[in-house]
Design a protein around this ligand. Structure first.
Ligand SMILES: [Zn+2]
Ligand SMILES: [Zn+2]
Length: 374
């Protein structure tokens, strides 16, 4: 085995600076990328020599007892490099690639959050302001997102000297290769937090229930997601907050059914009102409204009340309220009523009504809705 001093071409009393200088010069010409694989053994020897001579303790042991002394002290020859930075610098100039590298900040955008929002039909018809109280990640009140305990701040990482990158030398088919990667000590951030905030365990955020007001526009539909930009989970270390999505669920109304922009319901009227016509007052979502029943109104007819439907989502105006009529046939008649009806039957000559069959009519429900869908 050649002498390490001879390999580097320096005197036994060479200074650390001279050793470094000699090494850089050799490494630059012997690197497999430059000299090809045939010089890889030589390159390896230079690196081994430099690994020992650049380390004060190893050099001292080597001077006393050669490589055996190093092994005895637990330093496996060729087991690694004293300073990756030096090797890297040899190829990339003074500062090395790492000098130009700006470590990525710890800041990370918060997650998007999905919450459910229950709406009544009334909310959907007119639009509503709703307050929900989801459990979200919020900025830590103790450290305000810095992750560091009060009065402290992140300090420069000792392993990568704040660059966030370290250089590694690996063996490959073509000899030793220098590559750079994120510093394992600081995960590439260039700083380490020695005293993490106790409130958030150094996360910079805590979970908390937050009240959020949502302006629900009229006309939203079941399953729609309303996006509230920046109202989701807080970011890490000053990162932007995620978005909050409120997924709409609309409760059924006992009377009114939604059909697109329209509302539908059914109005049962007495037989006499159907025959003679009348004006009735019905309770709509807009309050009491008069509805006119024309004389001779049939079961299954639909009366449209314009503008009493659902507010339109992307347009102005509202849909209609469509009222399906069903005529209630009297079930219990007293003697006087029966006599009157029998008299009416006789006057109309309907003792034996003509039995004219027609195809089955669509149900009232289908009729109210069907006209919209057509
Ligand atoms: Zn904190
Ligand atoms: Zn580091």
């Amino acid at each position: 085995m050649a002498d390490f001093y001879d390999i580097l071409g320096v005197e036994r009393d060479a200074s650390a600076a001279d050793i470094k200088k000699a090494y850089r010069k050799l490494a630059r010409t012997l690197h497999p990328d430059v000299a090809g694989p045939e010089k890889s053994e030589e390159f390896k020897a230079v690196n081994e020599a430099y690994e020992v001579l650049s380390d004060e303790e190893k050099r001292r042991l080597y001077d006393i007892g050669g490589e055996e002394a190093l092994s005895g002290a637990g330093f496996a020859p060729g087991g690694g490099f004293a300073s990756f930075q030096d090797i890297f610098s040899a190829f990339f100039g003074g500062m090395g690639g790492a000098g130009r590298h700006t470590p990525p900040s710890r800041a990370r955008r918060g997650q998007d959050t999905l919450v459910n929002i229950d709406l009544s039909l009334n909310d959907v018809v007119f639009g509503a302001e709703k307050t929900i109280s989801p459990s979200l990640m919020v900025e830590c009140p103790q450290c305000h997102g810095s992750c560091a305990a009060e009065g402290t701040e992140p300090t420069q990482c000792g392993q990568c000297e704040g660059s966030g990158m370290v250089q590694r030398v690996t063996q490959s088919l073509f000899g030793q290769m220098v590559s750079s990667g994120p510093c394992p000590a600081c995960h590439g951030h260039g700083t380490v937090i020695l005293n993490p905030c106790s409130e958030c365990s150094g996360q910079g955020r805590v979970r908390a229930v937050r009240n959020i007001t949502i302006n629900v526009p009229a006309g939203v539909e079941e399953g729609m997601r309303i996006r509230l930009a920046g109202k989701g989970d807080a970011g890490v270390e000053g990162g932007a907050a995620g978005d909050l999505f409120a997924q709409v669920h609309i409760d059924n109304h006992p009377i009114f059914t939604r059909s697109g922009d329209d509302l539908t319901c059914e109005l049962r009227i007495p037989m006499t009102a159907a025959a003679l016509g009348t004006t009735m007052t019905i309770e709509t979502l807009d309050g009491a409204q008069d509805i006119e029943i024309k004389p001779g109104t049939d079961s299954g007819e639909v009366i449209t009340m314009p503008g009493l439907g659902v507010g339109r989502l992307h347009r102005s105006g509202r849909g209609d309220l469509r009222v399906g009529i069903s005529v209630a046939t009297p079930k219990k008649l007293d003697d006087a009523q029966r006599k009157l009806l029998e008299e009416l039957t006789r006057l109309r000559g309907e003792e034996k009504p003509p039995a004219s069959l027609t195809a089955q009519r669509e149900s009232l429900f289908e009729k109210i809705r069907g006209r919209f869908n057509r």
